[in-house]
Design a protein around this ligand. Sequence first.
Ligand code: SF4
Length: 307
Amino acid sequence: MDEQNLSTDHVRLAVIQQLEGLRRAGVTHWKRIDPIEPSKSVVTPQAPTQKSVPQAPTGNLTEKSSSTTVSAVAANIDSQSRRPFELESSPLAKKKIAPLPIIPNQFQPLDLPLADRIAGLAALAERVKSCTRCQELASTRTQTVFGVGNPEAKIVFVGEAPGADEDAQGEPFVGRAGQLLNDIIKACRIRREDLYICNVLRCRPPGNRLPAPDEAANCREFLDGQLAHVNPEYIVCWGACAAQNLLGSTETIGKLRRQFFTYGRAKVLCTYHPAYLMRNPAAKKDVWEDMKMLFLDMGIDLTAKTK
Ligand code: SF4
């Protein structure tokens, strides 16, 4: 596989991810553009830029008579390639070249005044309460766990999914792992209420199993909606599930640490989940290094003595 084919491979993956993101955002069709005969062509085709990507279903985007479905386009591309989450069997994996981080769905910052953020998040939470997209989770949950915190938070924490304690209390990161997270927050000299905290999923997977890919995809609209309303400068992904889902990566959490990614306008830092730290206390020092890196980027030295 030469470099050109590797590059083509990345472009295919990025296009499929973008199409799936549009489909999750509600775009089902877009206008079909008839092929232009070479002799009539007057414009050099441009690669689509992010600004030119439709963000919501409007006008011709839903006219079936002259449109093609987003799913059909994705399937067509997909039939020439493999799905993005099958990177293990891809030529990239065979060549042991780590795939570039592919951003599956950029949240669009809304930059709203506080009252609108609160109202928007409340409306989203209402939709989540009655959501049954994941039938198994909807039928086994005690309640949905939307998210808590400051709607104007500079930092959003994203975890995996509600556990038993969260399912019972309706709040993310409570219980023992939540207590450890609180200790980390305290060590960073901030308050939990300064942050916004949510998960990849808003319903507890039975037995605390990992979220299935389709469940994460179902719930992505809500995660992106929360990020859009809060519009943070930083996102911290706690654990591999949050990191891989948000970034569309298959890399291990160990490899995703110690660097900043971007998602929307936010810088993203990935670190170990508090539940992992409870099983592997030696990794606490790694998380502390990650927190120091995060705060140093904000101009705050966590090692400096307080007065
Ligand atoms: S996990 Fe998310 S998408 Fe699935 S049922 Fe719950 S709220 Fe809906």
